[in-house]
Design a binder for this molecule. Sequence first.
Ligand SMILES: Nc1ncnc2c1ncn2[C@@H]1O[C@H](COP(=O)(O)OP(=O)(O)OP(=O)(O)O)[C@@H](O)[C@H]1O
Length: 393
Amino acid sequence: MTNAALEFRNIDILFDRSGRRGAIEAALARLDAGETREEISRALKVTVGVAGANLAVARGEISVLMGLSGSGKSTLLRAANRLNQPVRGEVRIGNGSAWLDIARCDDDTLRALRKTRIAMVFQQFGLLPWRSVRDNVGFGLELRDMAPSIRKEIVEEKLELVGLSNWADARVHELSGGMQQRVGLARAFATDADILLMDEPFSALDPLIRRKLQDELMDLQKRLKKTILFVSHDIDEALKIGSHITIMREGRIIQTGTPDDIALRPVNDYVAEFIRHMNPLPTLLASTFMRHTQDLPLRPDGMLDGGTLALSPEGRVVHIAGQERVLRAFQEWEQGAVCVVPAKMSLGEVIALRQRSGFPVLVEDEGALVGVCDDADILQALSGERRYGVPVL
Ligand SMILES: Nc1ncnc2c1ncn2[C@@H]1O[C@H](COP(=O)(O)OP(=O)(O)OP(=O)(O)O)[C@@H](O)[C@H]1O
């Protein structure tokens, strides 16, 4: 990938529990010979944290590492700022026109990268409880010896960004978990690092706050265009915020793809099993479960004829281009209106519109009619049949 901000190439990360010289080399030889993590652990007391990982994270995207506990997500993430040192492979970061290998660069370069390019947000916030919110947000800048006046300006701006301006003088321990996590976000944004590493930053929060912070993160990311590598063990979170998702199992990458790739084209049963447990309502988009117009029987009266939206009796089509207009359409609801929705509308919203209107929901893309969602399509999407060809039950 040419526009990658961060790239892992053939990464192996091993942890030696034996203390014996040569244990890592012996483990690598067994790994190359195809032995499993379990076999290597038993024979040599070496844990394979990550094996043969390749991943490119594009500039400005949120890339999510996803998998069960112990699958190697945090270990791979931590290689991005060398909190974990790979025994083989490269961790490449773009540096103007050249590439730097974080896994092998000298300590001064590493320190500089950590100060200016890569910031980390931890699950447990990593805040200093005795300091004020303001001083926590400015902590990274303080370490960089930034002049207090400039620091103050940046800190105020980031506090405003995460909606905590009124809490600047409070001590961190006075804040709720969700607010503390916002302080963590503001601190990461304040460093001006272009790459953010986030290790399950929201997992300690209750579901409502968690969803709100996910929305805020997506919004901030759109505005600030950071490159974010995000660890999660929650498939719904991954599908919601990730532009790419990487599924890991026992230290290995099983699949990397867009949310659609993962949800609609899982490479094996292991990935499909995750998808089986996702909540499809906010995740599946109309484009993924509609029936395409070319697959519909054409009607001589022209109702679904021709592939454009000039298709229904006057005043009975409601154009809905986005969330805001869905809500408005709900308020000014015209009974019996046929809904035309964009291809990016979620299953949950399509169901609500289908329910209100009493008609199948039509799907448009760039002004052309591309598909229709009727009850059968909706039920198939809910049951998982349309997603990967296998019913849930
Ligand atoms: N510093 C370490 N020393 C020894 N073993 C480690 C170390 N860090 C990770 N491991 C091991 O590497 C494997 C992968 O762990 P890792 O923390 O990356 O998994 P994870 O997918 O992030 O799990 P979780 O969701 O529970 O955080 C595990 O077997 C773990 O015990």
